[in-house]
Design a binder for this molecule. Structure first.
Ligand code: NAP
Ligand code: G4F
Length: 368
């Protein structure tokens, strides 16, 4: 009999990689999706129709819908990845973020109890390095004090503590993975890394003039999402439930990420000025771009409180889970994202060109 996994947030970056990972391990995978007026299933389109892959409508804000899915699926493992996951957006929609990212976790735990699965269903909670927020130590490990610094982080802190509480109060097997930033070619386009790799590709191909960013000095510990979903699974395979920091242990600034991404796209930048006046000027690359400002700062992307110094210590994951934090380097990550976006932008350019000239092509019989 295959093991049964239920993934909330299956349409997201991590949900899509985790689905692939679990299907390859022979799991029957069920995912929760929510209704949308447009199709947001791009990341899992290639999995739909597979015999072991099933989707169910539910919403993290709707307890009954979660109970019904848990009861129907009766999972061995739940991966609770669904969240309003954008930190800046959480300042604009704090109440919604709390409902989904905090109370949503409680709904999943209670659904498992309501379906009398608490003795056999293991639960993974997608916790975050944002809990360290206004950091009290660098690097951060499982013992570093939390100081959440956004509505998102405060909501996620509730998720972390309620998981711990249910573990202690009811003996449930539930764990938090405290994951540091992880990125990929599937990353949402408004997170800083993907925003940069897409812009570098568009600027290199003449489709964008300038990239506007917020705090260029912010430091992150960036890993590859595909490597990180393995940890989610490993965490649920341990004898005893426990929480783990998942990170690479290597730190870079937003500026360094941009510098390398543009270099991968064939553009060399020189950063000059400070704070809101800082600019990335093209010093080498296509003739038409030399001397132009390709990266500039816009205060629109500043946050009321910003987390600026994240660097994780993955020692516990390395020793206890046997996980390799250095599988994909920062340089490899940037390269794979830029290569993907260069191809994506080129393909979009061709499609746009065909759309613009469609009438002419139809007339000439080039397309039918
Ligand atoms: P993501 O790409 O933004 O995906 C979020 C997922 O949650 C999407 O499938 C989304 O569905 C779903 N969702 C949001 N609100 C929902 C609701 N009300 N009901 C049902 N589903 C809902 O995020 P990710 O990068 O894969 O991250 C996965 C999880 O890890 C999140 O909980 C995030 O907070 C956490 N995390 C991420 C990182 C990171 O660096 N990526 C680091 C630490 C922790 P739609 O597609 O319909 O919007
Ligand atoms: O890419 P970001 O939006 O990611 P952030 O805020 O670190 O959150 C991500 O990682 C967390 C793990 O630590 C997850 F829990 C969370 O769900 C999400 O996946 O911003 C990274 C840094 C920030 O300091 C931000 O101020 O980049 C800075 N930044 C500078 N310019 C920008 C921009 N961020 C965005 N999104 N857009 C900018 O233009």
């Amino acid at each position: 009999m295959s093991r049964v996994a239920l993934i909330t947030g299956v349409t997201g970056q991590d949900g899509s990689f985790l689905s692939e990972f679990l299907l390859e391990k022979g799991y029957e995978v069920h995912g929760i999706i929510r209704r949308s007026s447009v199709d947001f299933r791009e990341r899992i389109a290639h999995l739909e129709g597979k015999a072991n892959f099933h989707l169910h409508y539910a919403d993290m804000g709707d307890s009954m819908s979660i109970v019904k899915v848990v009861d129907r699926v009766r999972p061995d493992e739940i991966y609770n990845l669904a969240a309003q996951s954008h930190v800046q957006v959480s300042f604009d929609s704090p109440e919604y973020t709390a409902n989904v990212d905090a109370t949503g976790v409680l709904r999943v735990l209670e659904a498992v109890r309501a379906c009398h699965l608490e003795d056999r269903c293991r639960i993974y909670q997608a916790s975050t390095s944002e809990l360290y927020g206004k950091v009290e130590a660098v690097p951060q490990n499982e013992d570093t004090p939390f100081h959440p610094y956004s509505p998102y982080a405060v909501a996620k802190l509730y998720g972390y503590w309620i998981v711990k509480e249910y573990r202690e109060a009811y003996g449930m097997y539930c764990c938090s993975g405290i994951l540091f930033n992880h990125e990929s070619e599937r990353r949402g386009e408004t997170f800083v890394t993907r925003k940069i790799t897409l812009a570098a590709a568009r600027i290199a191909q003449g489709l964008q003039d300038c990239l506007y960013l917020g705090n260029l000095s912010s430091l992150r510990d960036w890993g590859y999402a595909k490597d990180y979903v393995e940890c989610m699974w490993l965490i649920l395979q341990q004898e005893q439930p426990d929480d783990f920091v998942i990170a690479t242990g290597v730190q870079h600034s937003v500026r360094e990420f941009a510098d390398l991404a543009f270099r991968e796209a064939g553009i060399e930048l020189r950063f000059e000025g400070e704070g809101a006046d800082e600019k990335g000027v093209c010093v080498n690359g296509p003739e038409r771009l030399i001397g132009k400002t390709l990266v500039a700062v816009s205060k629109d992307f500043y946050r009321p409180t910003d987390v600026v110094n994240l660097c994780g210590d993955p020692s516990k994951a390395r020793t206890q889970l046997g996980w390799n934090p250095s599988k994909t380097s920062f340089e490899q990550l940037v390269k794979l994202m830029v290569e993907h976006d260069m191809a994506k932008v080129a393909a979009e350019g061709v499609a746009a060109h065909v759309r613009t000239n469609l009438a002419e092509y139809l007339e000439k019989g080039i397309v039918k």
